[in-house]
Design a binder for this molecule. Sequence first.
Ligand SMILES: Cc1cc2nc3c(=O)[nH]c(=O)nc-3n(C[C@H](O)[C@H](O)[C@H](O)COP(=O)(O)O)c2cc1C
Length: 334
Amino acid sequence: MDLKTHYLGLELKHPIVASASPISQQFDGIRRLEDSGAAAIVMFSLFEEQIRFEAESHDFFDHTSSNSFAESLSFFPNMDDFEAGPDEYLDLIRRAKRSVEIPIIASLNACTPDGWSEYALKLQQAGADAIELNPYFIPSYTQSSMDVEKQYEDMVAAVRRAVVIPISVKLPPYFSSMGYTAKRLVDAGANGLVLFNRLYQPDFDMERQDVRPSLELSHSGEIRLPLLWIANLYGNINGSLAGTTGVHRGHDVAKYILAGADVAMTTSSLLKNGTGHLAVLMAEFVEWANRHGYRSVEQMKGSMSKKHVLNPAAFDRANYVKVLQSYLPKHLVG
Ligand SMILES: Cc1cc2nc3c(=O)[nH]c(=O)nc-3n(C[C@H](O)[C@H](O)[C@H](O)COP(=O)(O)O)c2cc1C
């Protein structure tokens, strides 16, 4: 089977990509991901707060000005707790590019329109093959949905002006009109979209009555929302698609490709099972594809998208109504 795929204009030897995770925080982890068979690596994110902290520290020492950003940083982890500051991040990319063959996609996580451009250029100069933007902010009460979408577009446009390498945007699933927003982001200069970002959802500690930060690894069932949207977007936007949540088994990879993704990304399965799990994903994916007569990833792509599936209504409201009507609680059956 021909496993080649194209993502953001990059040719990849197969469609399984390591998404942003702590594994890439160290050079050894990057090496391990390549040795274990990842087709490309999305680096862990560099946060806007880290970049601004460094810039303001320099400013402070150079001009002894006040540090207006300090207050918000009191909620942020101690800068010493990060594996890599902005300079170390660039060094890691340079080192990775010298030593590994597979594409290295840098990741920038920012919350303001001006938090991106300068650093995006530095990432390009360090040799990154592409940049994944992860805009993350909770909209304020004064922002309309149009304001929020405009903020995303402005972020993408600013980075597009700054760099020539491909850029992708890791999106949250909560836009009022996902298809329209996706098109606008591609028009603003994104070469691809990554569906979806898993948003931070704190829990309550009921004994201490405190808000508890909690990060749980995903499970395969979480694939369904990004799958729905990849199947919808396939053939309707002029850019690449990546599925990024819930890939734990080979058939999860197959699902994303059938829906229309160019690549399937994984983090939780690697944190849970180790990077050796990439070989399991690949073997299971190839076994499934061979058993179902596919000769290439390109042939598989989108064959179960809304454009190509026999029953496109299965993605729509009609099916939603049917599914709700057909559900019978177990205690009512027989
Ligand atoms: C411990 C951990 C760290 C992560 N760090 C980042 C990060 O730095 N940047 C980012 O964009 N996503 C980050 N993610 C999100 C993953 O890249 C991925 O999108 C998400 O976990 C969903 O994929 P999965 O189901 O394969 O885990 C992280 C996830 C985990 C579990």
